[in-house]
Ligand binder design. Structure first.
Ligand SMILES: [Mg+2]
Length: 234
């Protein structure tokens, strides 16, 4: 490994872990008595969220403005419940966003793993999809910038994983050839399959330890439970 590309959300940062709790609390905080019940809204949000993100075209279009995406999800949930309440949708989305920001944490082994990689002199690129403002805020808030020689954010760069240009841009920034580089992340296609097709090695982080999903089209070069498992083996 002469260069390493790393994903951010759910690889270095526990991004998804707090989401269910934050939706629950946002519904409780924002649903005034006599409007819509927080439990009913929460259930509708869970369903709307699944529907919203499962379409890859919508996913790509909407993930670069997360506050707007969350507001759309709540608005869809309210519409399903037959409630017209744009202000409520905006309030729940804002409340959710701020709770989530407060709750998000780096995984416990993240900093030590990055330090180990730096000590070994491995050039590092952070390659993350999503909203420019949100991703920059996460990077700053959690002190990540200093570890990386290059940071590629979809919302800033104008293209996202799994577009080839994203990985090529990161490799060029590290002056690394694909065959000398690895990419690690939690998304089988974005962080493993697509980089492998360019000649990188792909490492899949399987935190849940559930193994590859049945019929997975991607075969990772390594599967690890955490970043520490990868860096300790170096
Ligand atoms: Mg990820």
């Amino acid at each position: 490994m002469k260069a390493l590309l790393l994903d951010l959300d759910d690889t270095l940062l526990d991004y998804s872990g707090s989401a269910p709790r934050c939706w629950e609390e946002a519904c409780l905080a924002c649903c005034a008595p006599g409007t819509v019940g927080p439990d009913a809204l929460l259930a509708a949000i869970v369903e709307a969220s699944r529907w919203f993100w499962e379409d890859p075209v919508r996913h790509r279009r909407e993930r670069v403005n997360m506050l707007q995406a969350w507001q759309s999800i709540v608005a869809h949930a309210l519409a399903r419940l037959g409630v017209e309440a744009d202000r409520l949708a905006a309030a729940v989305a804002r409340d959710f966003a701020s709770r989530r920001r407060e709750r998000m944490r780096l995984f416990p082994e993240a900093v030590e793993s990055l330090e180990r990689l730096r000590r070994r002199g491995v050039p590092l690129a952070l390659v993350t999809n999503g909203d420019a403002g949100q991703q920059r805020d996460k990077i700053e808030r959690h002190g990540l910038a200093a570890f990386f020689d290059a940071i590629v954010i979809e919302g800033e760069f104008g293209a996202g994983k799994p577009d080839e240009i994203v990985y090529r841009h990161a490799l060029a920034a590290l002056a690394a050839r694909p065959e000398d580089a690895w990419m690690v992340g939690d998304h089988l296609e974005f962080d493993v399959g697509a980089p492998q097709r360019l000649g990188l090695r792909g490492v899949w982080i399987d935190r849940a330890g559930q193994g590859l999903p049945p019929g997975a089209a991607v075969t990772p070069d390594r599967i690890v439970r955490s970043l520490a498992e990868l860096t300790e083996a170096l």
